[in-house]
Design a protein around this ligand. Structure first.
Ligand code: 5GP
Ligand code: ZN
Length: 116
């Protein structure tokens, strides 16, 4: 599905909702999280709407690969290449709050394990 009515990240992808976009590719967009959990906290989304990372991988494998490449490129560009984390919360029990696929790139501080 290319766009879902009322979806926040579809709105950002369409340029209808403002965001601090730092990188774009054919299928993806990277912008800063509005409520950062680390000095670097960037969200990578696909322009097309998929609910979850699994749905994206099923529906558009090349889009999923592009999202991963872009996440790594963002980490390098942000200067956190030596220590960053990719997170894609999936489902309400994991804290997914926006049901448009996104990967969090987190870095710029020590990242503990296991996550909460
Ligand atoms: P989730 O909770 O689904 O894993 O991640 C959603 C993320 O989107 C959260 O980290 C939240 O801070 C971020 N977010 C929610 N609304 C907005 C918004 O309007 N703009 C931006 N840039 N980020 C948002
Ligand atoms: Zn959407």
């Amino acid at each position: 599905v290319s766009s879902v009515e009322g979806c926040l990240f579809c709105g950002i992808a369409a340029g209808e909702i403002p965001a601090t976009v730092i990188r774009e590719s054919e299928r993806t967009l990277a912008f800063r999280d509005i409520n950062p959990a680390a000095p670097t906290h960037v969200l990578i989304i696909t322009r097309d709407h998929y609910d979850t990372i699994g749905a994206l991988a099923e529906g558009d494998p090349e889009g999923a690969a592009e999202l991963l490449r872009e996440a790594a490129a963002v980490a390098e560009a942000e200067g956190v290449g030596s220590g960053w984390r990719l997170v894609s919360n999936t489902g309400p029990d994991a804290g997914q709050s926006v049901f448009h696929v996104h990967a969090h790139v987190l870095g710029g501080r020590p990242l503990s394990w296991p996550p909460g």
